[in-house]
Design a protein around this ligand. Structure first.
Ligand code: APR
Length: 240
């Protein structure tokens, strides 16, 4: 299956991963779209918006608190671990849409969190930002300035942190291989990263049990789960 890309992969100097909710699915964290994307009968897509937050900040905080508990009880799977191990063989960057921190927990050192982090909070009005070390007893929590605190994540319609996004473009534009794992590639601008890689003539490899809207642009589509496919794919680098 890997013959057509084996030589390019073996000679790669930099490998960039673009990951999404699917890579953490085998760690027990639900994806956003499809049958998994429901919480207490609310559509995750509708909760992850600034409007939903201002309509009912307590509800959105409860959703994040539950997700945080689930994430804290989760462990990186063989997919996350394979990516971390690859650093022993080649330069690796991980551009993730996930907020769960599992790439870092698996040992990856160069992780750019495009959509923020579930352990970070910020004020809706002033410049206050912090890590969430203990759970709040009253929801929604308030900042010292008196306004509501929110999770420091990127919701629909919001821009990405510009420093992180610019760095992601630089890494995508300079890689030799891009491995896109566990993302539906429907959310912009993260789904433009493969285009930057292609402009650098990088090999594009997708790992997803289902077809995505960019499957036809891939040099190789592996129709399997990431915990199964990533360790196999990474073994090509070890054979050098
Ligand atoms: N291994 C690999 N891929 C998987 C697995 C698995 N075990 N299980 C599911 N998938 C695939 C699905 O087929 C789907 O294409 O992962 C993808 C998950 O897609 P989404 O739920 O749309 O998640 P993602 O692409 O990360 O969403 C992007 O949208 O909701 C926002 O901000 C949120 O970061 C998120 C963004």
């Amino acid at each position: 299956m890997y013959e057509q890309i084996e030589n390019q992969v073996k000679s790669a100097k930099k490998v960039v991963f673009v990951t999404g909710a699917g890579i953490s699915q085998e760690s027990g964290i639900p994806t956003f779209r499809g049958k998994d994307g429901l919480w207490r009968n609310y559509d995750a897509m509708k909760l992850a918006t600034i409007d939903a937050f201002y309509d009912n900040p307590k509800l959105v905080w409860e959703w994040y608190n539950e997700r945080r508990q689930n994430i804290f009880n989760s462990e990186p799977n063989l997919g996350h671990k394979a990516i971390a191990e690859l650093e022993n063989f080649v330069k690796v960057f991980v551009l993730t849409q996930n907020i769960d921190g599992l790439h870092q927990k698996a040992g990856s050192s160069n992780v750019l969190e495009l959509h923020g982090s579930i352990v970070k909070i910020k004020c809706t009005v002033c410049d206050f930002k912090d890590e969430l070390l203990t759970e709040f007893s009253n929801l929604p929590p308030l900042c010292k300035c008196g306004n509501i605190l929110r999770p420091d994540v990127v919701w629909f319609g919001e821009g990405l942190p510009q420093d992180v996004w610019q760095e992601a473009i630089i890494q995508a534009s300079s890689c030799d291989v891009m491995i896109i794992a566990g993302t539906s590639l429907v959310v912009s601008p993260a789904n433009t990263l493969p285009i930057y890689a292609k402009q650098n003539n990088a090999v594009l490899i997708e790992i997803n049990p289902d077809e995505t809207i960019m499957s036809s642009d891939m040099d190789l589509s592996i129709r399997s789960t990431s915990a199964v496919a990533l360790p196999e794919l990474i073994s090509i680098f070890k054979k050098q």
